[in-house]
Design a binder for this molecule. Structure first.
Ligand code: AMP
Length: 286
């Protein structure tokens, strides 16, 4: 397994493989890997075959964090991540630093960003205004460095995956985007690097996000319910976890991400919930 930290070196390697007709599968991450990330790696391997190259990037991207968010505290353990990648048969781990990804930024000389102007306005984009600009910018840059044929994203970040798909379509990136299912802990909590922030009591209650998705599924199984009604019911439902503070719950069309007034089967639900300072998200098709 190669570990590459220079942007130019990564691009040179990728160009060489491209010219040789080798397929490249790519999984961008912020590290602190768990089985959710590794399931994307396995999907990438399936897509490119044993003669293809699987690249994982590990980079905590500063431009997708607001100044008030957890950038400096974001969990990191590169040694462990590298071992997990090696065990999973990853070919290249790309670990650029900020100076490689945003040269001159500290001196105000970095000034190009990629902005998706529609899907990024709702839900996560509404409560985290700079977030998706950071995501689209870093993913566009990573695509230009890794030159993937296929790139795998998790449904855990449903809105992010939708925005990346739109960016790829709108900007003609020659890459296929695959969205892989959310991996969960045995009790149903979606795996996330941020779960590490939870204390024992918060962790026990955090499964309420998953249960809220199940409750909504059950509520609309027989007939549609208005979004307003369902939101009220879910707010009451969440009081079963006294440490949970709801940030938002939305019901929306999975293609346009626009809210729906009537929630019926096939609609999508997403929610964000705080436990102390830790913010967890989850989503599902109902
Ligand atoms: P992150 O390191 O949190 O930026 O996530 C990197 C990639 O892993 C993104 O495409 C996420 O959607 C995906 N991912 C994160 N958690 C999970 C999970 N529990 N199941 C599947 N994919 C996930």
């Amino acid at each position: 397994m190669r570990i590459v930290s220079r942007a130019a070196a990564m691009q040179q390697l990728a160009l060489r493989w491209k010219r040789a007709g080798v397929k490249i599968g790519f999984v961008p991450t912020m590290g602190y890997l768990h089985d959710g990330h590794l399931s994307l790696v396995r999907e990438a391997r399936k897509r490119v075959g044993k003669n293809g190259i699987v690249v994982v990037s590990i980079y905590v991207n500063p431009t997708q964090f607001a100044p008030t968010e957890d950038l400096s505290k974001y969990p990191r353990d590169l040694k462990r991540d590298l071992k997990l990648c090696r065990d999973e048969g990853v070919d290249v781990v790309f670990t650029p630093g900020d100076a490689e990804m945003y040269p001159g930024k500290a001196e105000g000389k970095y000034s190009t960003y990629v902005v998706e102007e529609n899907l990024g306005r709702v839900m996560e984009g509404a409560v985290r205004p700079v977030h998706f600009r950071g995501v689209t910018t870093v993913v566009a840059k990573l695509f230009n460095l890794v030159l993937p044929d296929v790139s795998i994203f998790g449904q855990k970040d449903f809105q992010q995956a939708a925005i990346i798909k739109r960016m790829v379509m709108d900007l003609n990136f020659p890459v296929q985007i695959i969205v892989a299912p959310t991996r969960r802990e045995p009790d149903g909590l979606a795996m996330s690097s941020r779960n590490k922030y939870l204390d024992a009591e918060q962790r026990a209650q955090a499964v309420i996000l998953f249960h809220a998705l199940q409750a909504a599924k059950n509520a609309i199984a027989k007939k549609p319910v208005t979004a307003a009604r369902l939101k009220k019911d879910l707010q009451a439902f969440l009081t079963a976890a006294p440490l949970a503070r709801l940030d938002y719950v939305e019901f929306f069309d999975p293609e346009t991400l626009q809210p729906v007034a009537q929630v019926k089967r096939g609609a999508h639900m997403a929610l964000a919930v705080y436990f102390g300072k830790t913010r967890l998200i989850d989503n599902a098709k109902l």
